[in-house]
Design a protein around this ligand. Structure first.
Ligand SMILES: Nc1ncnc2c1ncn2[C@@H]1O[C@H](COP(=O)(O)OP(=O)(O)OP(=O)(O)O)[C@@H](O)[C@H]1O
Ligand SMILES: [Mg+2]
Length: 276
């Protein structure tokens, strides 16, 4: 166990709203003037330029944009995986610039669930052991962590696959294990990077319904990166990420249209932006 991991496992955690570093801003996410660039030698590539984003509790926000536009970068900044070069990032009331690395890791561990596009499940572990990992990092005993992992796997429809290793499961089932792992610690903020990208239309719809049911309908806040126009109706608000900027789009209107199984519509098309 690394020093940081063992420090985290024995830490009581970071309480949103109770520490001295909390700001007065009430949004779950409050990003102001955020920029991100990468330097290689003399050349500098700007990925995000001076963007603002506010997301309130219980909202489901989608980020839509072409490949390479910075969607994963933005999600990683929100998820405390990458740091912004400029601007203010406030997550669950915590100003990230004022958190040290341990406090940032605690915020991520205790309050943010990340569903990675490629799942990042651990080979050789069962779905139950995979789903239990965040709890073990929080210092739970393995018996208690395994019980809770079994419970959440049941909720995502994998009761019969608890002892199965993900390499013997379908893509859709692996996606559910990844979802269970993100939700097992009951985080307040869920970040999902292309959660339906590897799924067919029916599985994609089921995954989005499950995500909404277990997150937004349960009062959590969710940010989803997607190329998949079929799932846009699940969003409360949609933002286009393009040309280093973030612009709110005209959200698809309810009712949610039925998804067409024959259409795998992952071609990027910007939605019209809102005019202020
Ligand atoms: N570590 C890095 N060093 C240099 N450039 C990087 C690094 N990580 C990402 N980039 C660049 O930043 C840009 C945005 O990458 P990002 O992964 O956020 O895009 P994306 O919108 O998620 O794309 P996709 O839809 O293909 O997943 C890309 O041009 C990428 O090449
Ligand atoms: Mg990406």
């Amino acid at each position: 166990m690394s020093l940081l991991t063992s420090t985290l496992a024995s830490s009581p955690g970071l309480q949103p709203g109770s520490d001295a570093q909390q700001t007065s801003r009430s949004a779950v996410l409050d990003l102001r003037g955020v920029s991100k660039w990468y330097c290689r030698g003399e050349s500098k590539t700007t990925v995000l330029d001076n963007i603002d984003l506010q997301v309130q509790t219980g909202e489901c926000v989608f980020l839509l944009g072409p490949s390479g536009s910075g969607k994963t970068t933005l999600l990683s900044i929100i998820g405390c995986v990458l740091t912004a070069e400029a601007g203010d990032v406030c997550v669950l009331g915590h100003d990230l610039q004022r958190l040290d690395s341990t406090a940032t890791a605690l915020l991520r561990r205790d309050h943010i669930g990340f569903v990675f596009q490629k799942f990042h499940l651990i080979r050789g572990l069962t779905s139950q052991e995979n789903a239990a990992v965040p709890l073990l990092l929080s210092g739970w005993t393995s018996a208690r962590a395994n019980r809770r992992a079994a419970e959440i796997l049941e909720q995502v429809g994998l009761a019969d696959f608890i002892k199965q290793q993900p390499n013997k499961m379908s893509v859709g089932q692996c996606q559910r294990v990844a979802l269970a792992r993100a939700l097992v610690g009951d985080p307040k903020l869920i970040l999902a990077d292309e959660p339906t990208a590897s799924l067919d239309a029916e599985s994609g719809q089921q995954a989005m319904e499950l995500l909404r049911q277990l997150t937004v309908d349960a009062g959590k806040t969710m940010v989803v990166v997607t190329h998949d126009h079929r799932i846009l109706p699940y969003a409360d608000r949609v933002f286009n990420v393009a040309n280093e900027k973030l612009q709110e789009a005209v959200s698809p209107q309810p009712p949610i249209p039925s998804l067409q199984p024959s259409t795998h519509d992952t071609t990027y098309r910007p939605l019209p932006t809102l005019t202020s």
